[in-house]
Design a protein around this ligand. Structure first.
Ligand code: EPS
Length: 382
């Protein structure tokens, strides 16, 4: 079965739901692993009242027997505690920056709730649940995907935060209110969010996603849409509010001469490593060349705009009166960049899983492993 997933559900409907197919049979699935990701998505300093209400947890309805996948579609739900969709007021004006106005025009209605219930970033909880299951395939082959916040409201963490954190990174991120890796940045970040809250404003930021343990050759140089760069870019841009994505040096590579951009190819000391005998002294490409993974760590960053629901209400127009008014405020987050980093990690993990299962296709995990081992063996002399 081809790898594919889809979500459904409104922000204040009874439940978010998702179907995931193409996971090979015989994978031991750890549901708690996925629920930990859901809990992490709810975290972060600057989130609003909704996260106090919800306790996102998935229920798996199909695709598993005796703790293992059976090769059939996995169906899951993440119920909403706030399921008040039928009683919530209809906003009389569209919020600038949200899907409200273009969505109303698209549907030919003056009911932003018809649009915002699905356009809300609440949908990303379903994606995190799907990824929390799917990524267990690539984790079984040693692939680790890790996201952390590197900037929020213009306040940055130290540039070498990932390297400096080393093996402590999971702990540092767990202990951070911003899911970042620089303890010294916590205080200025908190102050920045407090100031925005006092100003009745909202804040965006940047997160970084890294993936290690990837074999070279995932993706394709042969067709544009199959390039890993296209696929990962689309995956990250599919997250609401993402305005920019870069890989490796990204925009900076446009400013440098070629000799300071490309990663020289050398030989590994001590013979073939897990993925052949070639090694890069640098990884400015961020683990992608020619639309394929290089075997070096994948490094990508995504920029998130501030949430468009502001306590101070941005200028807009009332649908009924045609008068210029301030957008209605019900509740929202001051920032959800930490949550977005969890979603970004999930989207990258999903796309890598898809590409991995395309290259090493198999109906069972054993068959996938056979393909993977044969590929690795061929990389030995290469
Ligand atoms: C979200 C739930 C929403 C928002 C947020 C994402 O809850 P509510 O709208 O009921 O307060 O907190 O939605 C947005 C940021 C947005 O722009 O729509 C969640 O679960 O992540």
């Amino acid at each position: 079965m081809t790898f594919a997933w889809r979500t459904a559900g409104e922000s204040h409907g009874p439940s978010l739901v998702a179907i995931l197919e193409g996971i090979p049979a015989g994978l031991e699935l750890d549901l708690a692993r996925a629920n930990r990701e859901l809990a992490r998505r709810q975290r972060g300093y600057g989130r609003g009242a909704r996260m106090q209400i919800e306790k996102d947890e998935l229920t798996l309805l199909s695709g598993m027997r005796a703790g293992k996948t059976i090769g059939s579609p996995l169906a899951l739900t993440v119920p909403n505690r706030d399921d008040s969709i039928e009683s919530l007021p209809v906003p009389t004006n569209p919020r600038p920056g949200h899907a409200d106005l273009a969505g109303c025009q698209k549907l030919g209605v003056r009911d932003p709730r018809a649009v915002l219930e699905r356009a809300s970033a609440r949908e990303t909880a379903a994606r995190v649940a799907v990824a929390g299951l799917a990524r267990q395939v690539i984790e079984a082959f040693g692939v680790e995907v890790f996201a952390h916040v590197i900037e929020l409201g213009g306040v940055g963490v130290r540039e070498d935060a990932f390297e400096a954190a080393g093996e402590d990174r999971a702990r540092l991120r767990r202990e951070s209110e911003f899911l970042c890796l620089d303890p010294a940045a916590e205080e200025p970040l908190r102050a920045r969010v407090d100031r925005a809250r006092d100003d009745k404003d909202s804040l965006g930021g940047v997160f970084e996603v890294r993936a290690s343990g990837l074999p070279p050759g995932l993706g394709s140089y042969a067709s544009g849409p199959e390039r890993m760069t296209s696929r990962l870019g689309a995956a990250l841009f599919s997250i609401p509010a993402i305005k920019g994505v870069e890989f490796g040096l990204g925009f900076e590579s446009a400013r440098r001469p070629g000799s300071e951009v490309h990663d020289a190819i050398g030989l590994q000391e001590g013979g073939p490593g897990p993925f052949g005998r070639f090694r890069r002294a640098t990884n400015r490409a961020g683990g992608l060349e020619g639309g394929m993974t290089t075997g070096e760590p994948l490094v990508c960053r995504a920029a998130m705009k501030p949430i468009p629901t502001l306590r101070r209400g941005l200028p807009t127009v009332d649908f009924e009166t045609g008068e210029e008014v301030r957008a209605t405020y019900q509740r929202s987050d001051v920032t959800s960049v930490p949550a977005a980093s969890v979603v970004g990690e999930a989207m990258v993990a999903l796309e890598l899983t898809a590409a991995f299962l395309e290259k090493f296709a198999g109906d069972s995990l054993d068959q996938v492993r056979d393909g993977y081992e044969a590929y690795r063996a061929r990389l030995g002399p290469l």
